[in-house]
Design a protein around this ligand. Sequence first.
Ligand code: 13P
Ligand code: SF4
Length: 335
Amino acid sequence: MEELVVDKEKLVNEKGFLDIGIDLRLDLFEEIKKLKKEKNAILLVHYYQDADIQDIADYIGDSLGLAQQAEKTPASIIAFAGVHFMAETAKILNPNKKVVLPDLRAGCSLADSCPPKEFKKFKEQHPDHIVISYINCTADIKAMSDIICTSSNAVAIVNSVPADKKIIFAPDKNLGRYIIKKTGRDMVLWNGTCMVHEIFSLEKIIKLKVKYPNAKVIAHPECEEAVLQHADFIGSTTALLKYTITSIEKEFIVATETGIIHQMIKESPGKMFIPAPPDNMCACNDCPHMKLNTLEKVYLCLKYELPEIIIPEETRSRALAPIKRMLEISKANGL
Ligand code: 13P
Ligand code: SF4
């Protein structure tokens, strides 16, 4: 029995995913459904995943929704189609459950921008500050934080901190700057950015606005300030999706990762969604980390229950308190 476990672990290659050939005749949708039932597993999916992964999700949502689902799921296994920090959050909330991520390389430039050693020094320079960290950070950074936030609840989280307390906000400086504007709180910002949201081309967005004069620009707060200044609506992925559903407008220029457009079209088939172009040769803006997950890898990770997220218990237990705090404040605010 023990030997089987050793062999199974060897299945994950040195890059961090299961590189195993799949019988092309398999209907992966049916196989994934069967595996989920057999193993009492739940598939949590972020909006930036490929459309076929979104279509097989048990729950699809933004970072807050995914953390809330991870907290309450009765499933024995959580398969997370998103990036590493999201699966890590699910594991922090569920130490006794197996949490698997289809490709361990699915990281995040924001999480990478905040190495624990440097952040520790940064904290030491501001000893009287409360630390609010955006959920897009590693378990080590969460363990050094007082409260976690997402783009859905950042305003409520910052407002929950007494006015006389000073705040460090990490790691996204664009979201931090936006929240300073919304709350009027003077926060010290860590200098991190999202490699996807920081490269939207304002020039190309303005050209699109000229071409589609009725289109509303909707943007994620991880975008650069100049892009946000031209946005008609700013919000988390869920907020952007809801806006497109409830708005009477029919055309939208979408300044966030293109995966979300799949849900927008599904919810509002009669409306037009134009991906805001990045400042490179591509027409749309995909997150290279999110897109490492594929339907094949989702199938393999459910079948072999690998690659698994493992966190040292000391880090996990310290990272749990600020996540729990976030979930409590969100609940109190009806989020
Ligand atoms: P939300 O889906 O929580 O808005 O986050 C966006 C994002 O960049 C996730 O990596
Ligand atoms: Fe990280 Fe940006 Fe990718 Fe989200 S879109 S996972 S913030 S790099």
